[in-house]
Every structure is written in C-alpha cells, then in structure tokens.
Write a protein that binds this ligand. Structure first.
Ligand code: CAO
Length: 423
C-alpha cells in the first residue's frame, strides 16, 4: 500500500465538463476524498455526451471522474442547500466551474462561504478573471485557446490552411484544472500557517496565456527587432513581420533550436509517418554524420546556426530525403545513437497500446460496474512513494445515501430528501 499524501483532505467537487473535473480527479488520485455533487436525474452533462455504449456513462465522464464519489443534490431546493451548507462546514475545499455568478445566485457567495467555514478553500475556474471586461462570458476549451493567444500563434501563415488554429490538447480545460490544483495545494499549505481558507481562481484565458509565454516573448522581441530569426518566414518572407504581430510558425521549434516535422517512409498512406527533428546547435556534427553529410561539418554555409538559418528548410528537405526509406521508428533508432532530440509522431491508437505507457501507469485499465472496463490516461506525475491507483468513476448518485449518512442524516431524513427530489 503506497502512502496517499492527500488522505483526509475533503473536497466538494461541484464541477462539470472538463476543466474542474480534471483538477479534482488528480487530487483524488493522490488520496483526497472527492465528493462530486451533481444535479439529480441528469448529473454532469458529460455522462451522456458522445456515448459509445447506450445508457452507460460516456468515456468523456469516466475518464475525468475516476476515484470520486457521487452525491446527487439539487442545490436550488432548501433541503439541498442545507446539505451543501453542512458539507461546506465539514470540508476543506470546494471546487466549482459554473458559469459566472452561478454560485452567488445559488446563495453561496464567497462571503457566505466564509461565514459557514472560514477554513474552507474556494477554488473556481472561469473563462476570464474577476473584473476582466469579458468576465460575464461563458467559456469552453476552444474559446479559451482563442482568448489566451494559442490560436493566433498556432497553424499556418499562408496557403489554404492559413488562419488561427486550435490545438487538440486541452490547453483551456485540463490545463486550467492543473493550474487550479497547484493553487488549491498552495492555499492548503497557506492554511496550515494561518488557519484561514482563501479563494483561489484560475481563468482559462490566463492558463492558456501562461502556456503561451514564449509567444509573448516573441512579441516583445518582434517589437524590438522587427523580425524573428527562428520563424520559417525568416529571411525569405519578411513581409510576415511587417505588422509586428507574432505570426504563426507552422511546426517550427519555439526556442533557439530549429525543428520541424519530417516525412518518413510511408507518409503517403500513413497520416502519422513522421518524426519531429531538432537541430540542436551542439549536435550539428553528429547530425551531419547521422544523415551522411560529413562535408557539412566544415562548410561555412552550415557550421553555425546563423549560417544555417537562411536555408534551414532546405536542410530539412535533405534530411527528409535521408528519411524516405526509413520508418519513423527506424529513423529514431538511428538518430538516438547520435543524441539528436527527436521522436516519432504517435497516433492515439499507438499511445493507447504503448507498452511503456501501460507499464508506467500513464495508460491504465479500470474496471467499471456498467461498462465492464475502460482504458484511461493515468497520472502523469510519478512519485517514489505513491503509486496512484485509478478506480472507477462513480455512477450517478452512487454514494448519495452513504455521504448523507456520513453527514449525520438518519434513514428517515434521507428518505424525506429522496421524496422531495432534493437528492
Ligand atoms: N442543483 C441545482 N442547480 C444546479 C446544480 C445542482 N446540483 N448544478 C448546477 N446548477 C445550475 C447552476 O446553478 C446554474 O444556474 P443559474 O445559471 O440558473 O444560476 C445552471 O445550473 C447552469 O450552470 P452553468 O452556467 O455552469 O452551465 P452551462 O451549461 O450553461 O454552461 C459552461 C457551461 C462550461 C459554459 C459554464 O459552466 C462556464 O462558463 N464555466 C466556467 C468556465 C469553465 O469551466 N469552462 C470549461 C468547461 S469544461 O470544457
């Protein structure tokens, strides 16, 4: 049995969809007692969204709500409100990601929460921060990617595919939930010092922006320099910098190491027969040896990053030529011997069946009462003394009576709540 550091931490999980649930799921993996509060009858909307098996909880729900308990509660009914009040008095954290003002309208403003339990940490996700000119907007993933700078800096700058582009990675949702988890744990440590809870808020726009830090760096450099030397537009399409707005850089490396996605054997039929190849400055000589171009090691047109940059795409073209009779796996197996930072482009199918990921617990199979079992993404954080064990997501209201009993309600009171449809 591994140690569970968050054991004893009681969390009211008043979250839905992805941003909030991702946060509380992670805390549950690490031992917190997470009670998901859901609307009677329907629950979290993701239970029924994009179902793959009729009448059972959708993967969207099961993959974001493992290790939790489920309590159904209509918090707009007086009986439901009373239960939530009791929970607030007895818990450490309340996490919510409702639309702006919803918690206040329900009667649980920050002031009221502090009256009920000054030790409680209230953790919220909203689209925009408090006081922001867009604070009233409801926000989903892609909206946040647009608002936080990811969309304007992702994708192609010319051709038919030109235009802002959304990432498939949940930069707005799960990423915001991860930021919130850091905020909650910080407030929890703070409470150990002060005895007081506090309100922790993460706006999805801010969480996306935090991941776009290097693009803000580029904007500041562009303001000063008028061009960005590591972008594929440099130096042949300088007009891309004319308006001094950070352009989209396709698959270019975001730092001082140029990189690109390169075609491997079979790319014509396999949409993922590619590798990412990085030209790390000090690895230039090994690269020349690896790709059979030893003459580039001494040719002044190639020896320094500055000399290479104007024709970096031609260099990538030569590397692609070398790759054309090698699968992505064969290519990486050669390049790894030369210490070149690279990896295959893995499809979701490959990742799902990846032996290393299954061995490390990054992909896990979880038994489920109604589905049989499901595969999910396990904890990306690894500890020496904690092996997170992923357990099934709860059925809707599976723990309602159990949680109410723990709160001190007797059988008759629980039956009355059922009769009033408050739970
Ligand atoms: N009992 C009674 N009422 C409940 C309840 C319960 N257990 N749970 C929720 N409700 C009520 C809320 O109080 C709210 O009521 P009012 O608006 O009438 O006051 C109502 O349900 C709707 O809540 P909502 O605004 O959160 O839901 P929505 O589906 O309209 O919006 C979303 C969804 C995600 C756009 C919105 O919640 C939001 O902007 N959240 C903040 C940002 C966020 O987290 N977005 C990411 C979601 S993950 O992709």
């Amino acid at each position: 049995m591994s140690n569970k550091p968050l054991k004893g931490l009681k969390i009211i999980d008043f979250t839905h969809v992805q941003a909030g649930p991702a946060c509380t799921q992670m805390l549950a993996w690490f031992g917190a007692d997470v009670i998901k509060v859901e609307r009677p009858g329907s629950g979290d909307v993701t239970r029924s969204q994009l179902r793959d098996i009729p009448n059972v909880d959708a993967l969207y729900f099961t993959m974001l709500n493992s290790n939790k308990r489920s309590l159904t509660l209509d918090t707009k009914k007086p009986e439901g409100k009373a239960v939530l009040e009791k929970m607030i008095k007895e818990s450490d954290v309340l996490v919510e990601n409702f639309g702006p003002g919803a918690l206040d309208r329900m009667g649980f403003s920050w002031e009221r929460i502090q009256e009920l339990n000054p030790r409680l940490i209230l953790a919220s996700v909203k689209g925009f921060s408090d006081g922001h000119e867009y604070e009233d907007l409801k926000v989903y993933e892609n909206v946040a990617q647009c608002a936080g700078g990811a969309a304007s800096t992702t994708g192609w700058w010319k051709g038919e595919q030109a235009g802002p582009m959304i990432s498939a990675a949940a930069l707005g949702d799960t990423n915001t939930g991860m930021h919130l988890a850091i905020g909650i744990l910080t407030a929890y440590i703070g409470r150990q010092q002060t005895g007081k809870g506090q309100k922790v808020a993460v706006a999805m726009q801010d969480a996306v922006l935090n991941l776009c830090r290097v693009k803000m760096r580029d904007q500041l450099r562009l303001d000063n320099l008028g061009f960005l030397e590591e972008y594929p537009q440099y130096p042949h399409e300088m007009e891309a910098f004319a308006d001094k707005v950070t352009p989209r850089g396709g698959n270019a490396g975001g730092g001082g190491q140029p990189g690109w996605i390169l075609k491997c054997k079979g790319w014509q039929t396999d949409p993922n027969a590619y590798i990412y190849f990085t030209v790390q400055g000090h690895a230039w000589e090994p690269i020349c040896d690896a790709i059979g171009k030893p003459e580039w090691k001494t040719d002044p047109a190639y020896t320094t990053p500055k000399a290479r940059q104007p024709h970096i795409m031609d260099i990538f073209g030569t590397i692609e030529d070398w790759l054309k009779d090698k699968t992505k796996y064969e290519a990486v197996n050669i390049l790894r011997k030369f210490d070149i930072p690279c990896a295959p482009v893995f499809s979701m199918k490959e990742l799902l069946h990846d032996k290393s990921l299954r061995k490390s617990g990054s992909i896990v199979e979880v038994p489920h009462k109604e589905r049989g079992s499901y595969w999910t993404v396990g904890s990306p954080i690894k500890f020496s003394d904690l092996k997170p064990e992923v357990t099934a997501s709860p059925l809707l209201g599976e723990h309602t009576d159990e949680v109410l009993a723990e709160l001190g309600y007797n059988k008759e009171q629980i039956a009355a709540m059922h009769a009033a449809k408050a739970v």
